[in-house]
Design a protein around this ligand. Structure first.
Ligand code: R1P
Ligand code: URA
Length: 237
């Protein structure tokens, strides 16, 4: 079987798919962290891989940037390939002085300026939340690894280049831990199709301070997040 955007065969994906935005990061993660990783899809160079982490079958696939892109891949994975759990592993920007470069954020909820969940929910507010079990498993995996994570709200923005800097003040007041571009959309897809979803993000930029992680910091920071996500998959029932 293939879909308009995924050319994998039936049963090509594990029940859990880890999804970074960048397909080349998906390739790097699959080659670095999985055993026997095989490329299973490559339409539009949105690469997906399936392999084994400590004996457990896991898939890694890019989802692109923004809610429209990630919604297409998440929907097709769940609806046509039987995927049960989607764990976004991405980068985000921070606003609060209490959040630092390299921090790992577990997105218990995700606010958004996108209308996708209102389209689903007859224009009422939909609380875009992560699956509780996936959240607990990520927090427990982090504890076991000695990785500090911050758990709370993300903001999934449609615009990477914001036109309204005042909004960052409001986000800070409401304790938004990280600004990224997909979590609320993936949580909406999961709710629509009865799947489970979670977004874990590493802080790559501080929007207020204007600083960004060095390539070395990224390597270490992302490695922590990826390991937390993979170890959390081992805790899934
Ligand atoms: O690092 P990824 O997962 O792509 O996430 C963040 O980076 C991209 C913007 O540069 C957006 O996709 C945003 O959500
Ligand atoms: O500031 C940032 C950093 C990463 N991703 C975003 O969407 N925003």
């Amino acid at each position: 079987m293939s879909t308009p955007h995924i050319n994998a065969v039936d049963n090509a994906f594990a029940e859990t798919v880890l999804m970074p935005g960048d397909p080349l990061r998906a390739k790097f993660i699959a080659e670095t962290f999985l055993e026997d990783a095989q490329e299973v899809t490559n339409v539009r160079a949105m690469l997906g891989f399936t392999g084994y982490y400590k004996g457990k079958k896991v898939s890694i696939m890019g989802h692109g940037m923004g809610i429209p892109s990630c919604s297409i891949y998440a929907t097709e994975l769940v609806k046509f390939y039987g995927v049960k759990n989607i764990i976004r592993i991405g980068s985000c920007g921070a606003i609060s002085p209490n959040v630092n470069l390299g921090d790992v954020i577990v997105g218990m909820g995700a606010c958004t300026d996108s209308k996708v969940n209102r389209l689903r929910f007859k224009d009422s507010d939909f609380a875009a939340i992560a699956d509780f079990d996936l959240t607990c498993n990520a927090v427990n995996a982090a504890k076991n690894l000695g990785v500090n994570v911050k758990v709370g709200n993300l903001f999934s923005a449609d615009l990477f280049y914001s036109v309204d800097p005042e909004m960052f003040n409001i986000m800070e007041k409401y304790n938004i831990l990280g600004v990224e571009m997909e979590a609320a959309g993936i949580y909406g897809v999961a709710a629509e199709y009865g799947a489970k979803a979670l977004a874990i993000c590493t802080v790559s930029d501080h929007i207020r301070k204007g600083d960004a992680m060095s390539p070395e910091q990224r390597q270490i920071g992302f490695k922590e997040m990826i390991t937390v996500a993979l170890e959390s998959v081992l805790l899934n029932q």
